[in-house]
Write a protein that binds this ligand. Structure first.
Ligand SMILES: [Zn+2]
Length: 296
């Protein structure tokens, strides 16, 4: 069994000066493709699903439980160290719904919350999670976002301040900390964010928990590697993976027409299998960029 706690995974990354990727998946195909990449690269990996782009009604009624069970089933078979994250729940209640459902780490999407709510709800999630030996990722600051029409909405972005990071980690006891340092969510264009490596270094020196970089989709390899050198040990990638998967799937549409083959067969002409292979290749490439290849 190779399910490993998030703190243990990130401690290894810290020591080895690489980052472990959280590759957000959305169905069984993308989940299997993620683990296939980790096996091929002999890389530690963080698998899971996120609340930021999934229907909350589905998540709370059955999605969190169903997906947690799928992650557990696959992670138990994995021969590389694997952590299972419920990423960016919309509330304490939603993230708490992941406790006991197969995940060994949870996170809330807290951007825009008041400081008091942020501290109170994160502390409550830490207490409930740690009682079950489940880790919590916290976040301070807010990422700018790429909107659907390709604009960068910086109005919601707020750089993580060093003092905030210290106060937040002290007050909540989170196991790792996501920071906003110029990284941007949902990037699909060639827009290039500017990661403030100096700020990562300052926060790294001020707090003693591992640091996380969200918005891996739009961040170029050299900036990700600079961020890792400055102290980032976990990088989240989501949007880019759907982009790669979607492009491969679209290109394959119509080449095979037997519906029994095209949908769900797992044969070579299964549309989702074609897309999964492209996804696996992209995740392998990212693992090489993160330096986690060969570290399992
Ligand atoms: Zn994120």
């Amino acid at each position: 069994m190779s399910i490993v706690s998030l703190p243990e995974l990130l401690a290894g990354a810290e020591k080895g000066r690489y980052a472990v990727g959280y590759f957000e998946s959305w169905d069984i195909y993308s989940l299997e493709a993620t683990l296939a990449a980790a096996e091929a690269e002999r890389s530690p990996v963080i698998i899971g699903i996120g609340g930021l782009s999934a229907n909350h009604e589905w998540l709370s009624s059955v999605g969190i439980e169903l997906y947690g069970a799928a992650c557990q089933s696959l992670a138990r078979r994995s021969t590389v160290p694997t952590a299972i994250l419920f990423n960016e729940g919309e509330s304490f209640a939603e993230s708490a719904g992941a406790l006991g459902a197969g995940y060994n780490c949870v996170m809330m999407h807290t951007q825009g919350w008041s400081w008091d709510k942020l501290i109170a709800d994160t502390s409550a999630l830490v207490a409930a999670s740690h009682a079950l030996d489940i880790a919590v990722e916290g976040e301070v600051g807010a990422l700018a976002e790429m909107t659907i029409d390709g604009q960068i909405d910086t109005s919601i972005g707020a750089m993580t301040e060093v003092k905030q990071a210290i106060d937040f980690v002290d007050a909540t006891g989170v196991d790792c900390l996501a920071v906003a340092v110029g990284n941007v969510h949902f990037v699909t264009s060639d827009y290039v964010p500017k990661i403030r490596v100096d700020r990562i270094q300052e926060i790294r020196e001020a707090v003693d928990v591992p640091l996380v970089l969200h918005g891996g989709s739009g961040t170029p390899a050299d900036q990700m590697q600079a961020a890792i050198a400055a102290g980032i040990t976990k990088i989240n990638v989501g949007t880019k993976l759907k982009y790669v998967f979607g492009n491969a799937l679209t290109a394959a549409v119509g080449q095979e027409t037997d519906p029994n083959v095209v949908y769900g067969s797992r044969f070579d002409a299964d549309l989702n299998t074609v897309a999964s292979r492209a996804l696996t290749a992209e995740i392998q490439r990212l693992m090489q960029v993160f330096g986690s290849s060969g570290k399992a």
